[in-house]
Design a binder for this molecule. Sequence first.
Ligand code: UD1
Ligand code: UDP
Length: 355
Amino acid sequence: MKIISVVGARPQFIKAAMLSMTLAKHPEITHLHLDTGQHYSPEMAELFFEELDYRPDFDLKVGSGTHGCQTGKAMMGIEEILLKETPHLVIVYGDTNATLAGALSAVKLHIPVAHVEAGLRSFNRRMPEEINRIVTDSVSDLLFCPTPTAVTNLKNEGRKEGVIHTGDILLDTLQYFLPKARERSDVLNRLKINNESFWLLTMHRPHNVDEVGKLKRVLTALGSQDHPRIIFPCHPRTTATIKNIPDKALDHIEIILPVSYLDFLILENNAELILTDSGGVQREAYFLARPCLTLREETEWPETLENGWNRLVGTDPEQITEGVRQKKSPMIEPDLTLFGDGYAQEKILQALLSL
Ligand code: UD1
Ligand code: UDP
């Protein structure tokens, strides 16, 4: 069986690298990787390929652009490769423009599509990702759901065929790579963090970071807390806006380039508090039992809110202050069974082998 995974963005490299290792143990499966090139800066792409020993077979070099431009260019390139390679199945991951382009290109060529991270909904159609999720799920044959909520969302939309509750492959990935990160990462030394508390911040949602005034308000709100060091590995989208914020408003924040996955796991695991608008980082905070404030009004991952490990604070300074005040670790441990306990890739593999 020939399978092509379509990837393009940082979180997809991480998940596809994990699944790739599992599928590689099965000689009856040929698994190729097609990178649309949506993420291309060295710290968003090459850093991951090297560290995860993951090298896509095709690179479309689509780069940045408007949604139509990025998705359209990716579809043109994906179609050409699918026509040449004639895979039995295309796998897409998550909710980016690369996900949408991969799913649409495949379904139009009558190639079955499997969606890893199917069924997630924010119910906010102004998020580009929400549109990508809805369209991708609607054309996918296999819907690999990471959580019970994702299964319920699809059920509520009337989807029955092909819905498989696999658990979250990001948990498998974390469990596999965390011991390696502990062995190999020197990020705490590099950042001169010696057993002291720090907060870890990431932001990249257009709604939060594209407008200078809004981003400045959030960063200023963090500065007005009683805070330890705040480390901010900054996504390139956010860097572009930060250039227009006066240095004085950023004094209290240590802005660094995005770090590798192993380095990031170590930072998360040692952070006193994680503040983020990322889907992946919210879950990793939960998996690692680190308190998290999500700088959004809603989440596709409500399981992380259980027992207060994750709190939705949006970008309102008062809510951020209240979240910081309540940041202590809850007494009840995170429930990893809600995310499949680390067996997602095994369940995905079994579903693929039974095709
Ligand atoms: C994309 C996904 C988002 C995902 C995120 C993961 C869509 C619609 N959005 O958002 O769902 O959470 O990836 O990180 O697909 N840029 C660079 N170098 C890069 C990549 C981006 O400089 O390697 C800059 C460019 O200025 C670009 C901007 O970041 O215009 C946004 O990049 P883009 O890939 O369009 O969206 P993300 O915000 O990264
Ligand atoms: N990540 C990383 N380096 C960083 C920031 C994040 O390796 O500097 C990893 C993080 O561990 C998680 C993934 O990137 O697995 C999340 O990606 P991102 O926040 O870009 O996208 P999202 O999950 O919101 O789609």
